[in-house]
Design a protein around this ligand. Structure first.
Ligand SMILES: NC(=O)c1ccc[n+]([C@@H]2O[C@H](COP(=O)([O-])OP(=O)(O)OC[C@H]3O[C@@H](n4cnc5c(N)ncnc54)[C@H](O)[C@@H]3O)[C@@H](O)[C@H]2O)c1
Ligand SMILES: [Zn+2]
Length: 363
């Protein structure tokens, strides 16, 4: 089947790269690489876990490629792992004609993408995202980077890839929890931009949870389109790209106050969206019906990690340390209906605390 194709214009020259989405795409990687970087040598970067599951197919599709495996997961997302990628690039005698193909989730895409951006001042990069988060979010938009001991994603760059090649078929091997965590970000796209996507999620949730591929492909494509549109409008996150932070103010704070151990990122965003919807509803900005639809859809995904032992006031205070605070003002993404948000700057810690308490956090 012909892949769904989306073009993203990026960088100073506004040159464009394709996002291609199709079931079985990883079996034809060679042909797709040839169209974006003809004749180049290929170095695949992946992790032991992903390689065990999908390496044989990738190696068959790219018989001439070397591969380098490094640890993934949030705890591996630091400069030491980037350094291991540099070692591997040197051992493979990579030069500027070597294409780095990252096969992995958001952690690997960000960290190996950063290595590709900086090695020899930039090697051509292709993302083959293997998680829901990576396919609908992190592989699109050119942000690469790693964490520092003092904070997440503090070291990084904007480095657009040559292509994003998404095969929703590889999502079949994700754990149920990882898969669901990605779906909260999918719901986010519905709320910020697409009532149609939201309604489709309401109607098709059982088939999506069962990872029915015919249902999944158009959903991944719709989210990819929204992300592409938003990053094209605001590549460097000075304005519109901020709407992507819906659910992330409380979400990031919840991750931080639990030392990144309790929640998968998407789960924290799930709770964050509940908080944002409760806050918007309490202000009279969001109707009963819209709030109920969002709450119901989030609940139907399954149980979220417990929050009742977490302090609402502590969580609200933690949002003050967020990067969405610009010159002392918190920019909060307020849902105003399904498919539309507004950015407001007058949310007080007390108001956020009330919203967090209403969704189950303690005092
Ligand atoms: N660059 C951006 O714009 C952007 C946007 C959103 C998120 N991110 C980053 O993405 C990261 C989170 O990404 P993630 O949620 O993909 O996590 P992840 O990369 O840690 O992957 C989660 C787990 O799934 C495993 N895995 C990956 N693909 C698999 C598959 N097909 N089958 C089975 N297991 C598989 C991985 O080995 C890992 O253990 C965060 O570090 C976040 O900062 C970046
Ligand atoms: Zn997110």
């Amino acid at each position: 089947m012909k892949p769904i194709a989306i073009r993203v214009r990026a960088g100073e020259t506004r040159s464009s790269y394709p996002i291609l989405i199709a079931h079985g795409l990883i079996d034809s990687l060679r042909a797709h690489l040839d169209t974006v970087a003809k004749g180049s040598r290929v170095l695949v970067i992946s992790s032991p876990r992903i390689w065990k599951l999908h390496g044989a197919r990738i190696a068959k599709a790219l018989p001439d490629a070397r591969h380098l495996l490094v640890a993934d997961g949030e705890r591996a997302k630091h400069l030491r792992t980037v350094s291991r990628v540099y070692d591997g690039l040197l051992a493979a005698k990579a030069d500027r004609q070597t294409v780095v193909v990252v096969v992995g989730g958001g952690v690997l895409g960000d960290l190996a993408g950063f290595a590709a951006a900086s090695f020899l001042r930039g090697l051509p990069l292709v993302h083959v995202p293997t998680t829901v988060v990576a396919q609908v979010d992190s592989a699109i938009g050119g942000k690469v980077g790693v964490n520092h001991a003092l904070g997440k994603n503090l070291i990084g760059a904007f480095y657009p890839p040559r292509a994003v090649l998404s095969d929703p078929g590889v999502l079949a091997t994700l754990s149920a929890r990882e898969f669901r965590a990605g779906l909260y970000e999918v719901i986010k796209y519905g709320v910020i931009e697409s009532p149609r996507l939201f309604a489709r999620l309401e109607a098709d949730l059982p088939r999506i949870l069962a990872r029915n591929i015919d249902t999944l492909v158009p959903v991944i494509a719709e989210c990819s389109k929204i992300k592409a549109r938003v990053v094209m409008a605001d590549e460097h996150e000075t304005g519109e790209r901020r709407i992507l932070n819906f659910g992330h103010t409380a979400g990031h704070a919840l991750e931080a106050i639990t030392n990144y151990r309790r929640f998968r990122h998407g789960e924290a965003v799930g709770v964050g969206m509940l908080a944002a919807a409760a806050l918007a509803h309490a202000r009279g900005a969001l109707s009963d019906d819209a709030r109920d639809r969002l709450f119901t859809l989030i609940e139907r995904l399954g149980a979220l990690p417990d929050v009742k032992d977490l302090s609402a006031a502590e969580c609200a205070a933690a949002t003050g340390r967020d990067k969405k605070v610009i010159r002392g003002t918190l920019h909060f993404v307020l849902p105003v209906k399904i498919g539309r948000t507004e950015i407001v700057t007058d949310v007080t810690p007390a108001e956020l605390t009330r919203a967090l308490r209403s969704i189950g956090l303690r005092k």
